[in-house]
Write a protein that binds this ligand. Structure first.
Ligand SMILES: Nc1ncnc2c1ncn2[C@@H]1O[C@H](COP(=O)(O)OP(=O)(O)O)[C@@H](O)[C@H]1O
Ligand SMILES: CC(=O)N[C@@H](CCC(=O)OP(=O)(O)O)C(=O)O
Length: 300
């Protein structure tokens, strides 16, 4: 991405555009922005390319982007090919041993490397890591309380090899922040018991953002943000309102870990947490460098 104003066919317009974005760039100068790229947001090659361009530009502008990716639909596709069935509880995949092997293969393998390659093609330099690398994120086994819709009784569900972060070591990410390299993280981690664990990518992104004291945590998903009962976008949501929407079922499925992570991230000191539509090309740039802030901002 070695382009200058004088290389532009319209240098005046280019300089003007840079000047409009400059105050935003300075706002995030040297700050950490964690961007969670959801499996549903990776809809097309074009979206992946636009995402990689945005991330590359953030790094170029002196910001410290950290990418965390999911890949739920891609894991589903591979499990289907292998004839392995998955069940879900409160937005988490119940993960047995054969499933966690596929999860690691798809997340740490194909998806992680594809994102790294796309960033390279956009002119950036990326390095793909999992929570295991550099002993970055250690987890413990997660159990979940789920209300049975038929009996309305709360029960504890064992999710198998699903992990909850207990410790994040930030040294590797701190070294990379000072370099030109952009970290791209897959949410596969080692447990305290030495097993491999599948971690929900939203949960993982929240743990990373909290540990790094990130300025912003952005979730790129496949909906415009948190929707109300009438499927209308809610532009701002307080923690109390979000909790009520989970309790009454307006927020369900994959949106539950996302919103819960937003609440925890705010508690850990992350300044701004936004859920936005990753199907809008250049959603990251539009969110950070313009007043057009899309999606749902979750606040205290
Ligand atoms: N109130 C809500 N507002 C928006 N999406 C919701 C809501 N409740 C449930 N969802 C579901 O959450 C999904 C996003 O979560 P998920 O599928 O895990 O996405 P990602 O792969 O980006 O993490 C949406 O596609 C939608 O089906
Ligand atoms: C425990 C758990 O649910 N893990 C997720 C990890 C991937 C993920 O979170 O991907 P998205 O961001 O695309 O949903 C899974 O197995 O699908």
């Amino acid at each position: 991405m070695d382009m200058r104003v004088e290389d532009s066919t319209d240098p005046v317009l280019t300089a003007r555009l840079i000047a409009t974005a400059l105050p935003y760039m300075l706002r995030y100068d040297e700050k950490t922005v964690v961007v969670k790229f959801g499996g549903n947001a990776m809809g097309s090659e074009e979206l992946g390319k636009a995402f990689a361009e945005d991330i590359t530009l953030l790094k170029l502008a002196g910001i410290n982007p950290v990418v965390v990716h999911g890949g739920g639909p891609q894991i589903n596709a591979m499990l289907n090919r292998l004839g392995i069935k998955s069940e879900w509880a409160a937005g988490m995949r119940i993960t047995d041993k054969p499933t966690v092997e596929v999860v690691e293969m798809v997340l740490a393998g194909s998806i992680n490397k594809e994102i790294v390659q796309t960033i390279t093609e956009a002119g950036g330099r990326a390095i793909g890591l999992t929570g295991k690398d550099g002993n970055m994120v250690t987890v413990k086994r997660l159990t979940r309380k789920v209300v049975d819709p038929d009996s309305n009784i709360e029960k504890v569900v064992d999710l198998g090899f699903v992990g909850e972060p207990t410790r994040v070591r930030t040294e590797v990410l701190e070294v990379l922040a000072k370099s030109e390299i952009i970290p791209v993280l897959a949410p596969v981690c080692a447990g305290e018991d030495g097993e491999t664990y599948n971690v929900n990518a939203d949960t993982f992104a929240g743990a990373i953002a909290g540990a790094l004291g990130a300025s912003r945590l952005l979730f790129l998903t496949d909906v415009p943000g948190v929707l109300d009962r009438n499927k209308q976008l809610i532009k701002e949501l307080t923690v109390a309102e979000a909790r009520a929407m989970i309790a009454d079922g307006t927020i369900s499925g994959g949106m539950i870990p996302k919103v819960e992570t937003c609440i925890e991230a705010l508690d850990r000191g992350v300044e701004g947490v936004v859920i936005l539509d990753g199907k809008t090309p250049h959603a990251v740039l539009l969110e950070l460098f313009t007043e057009r802030g899309a999606g749902t901002l979750i606040k205290r």
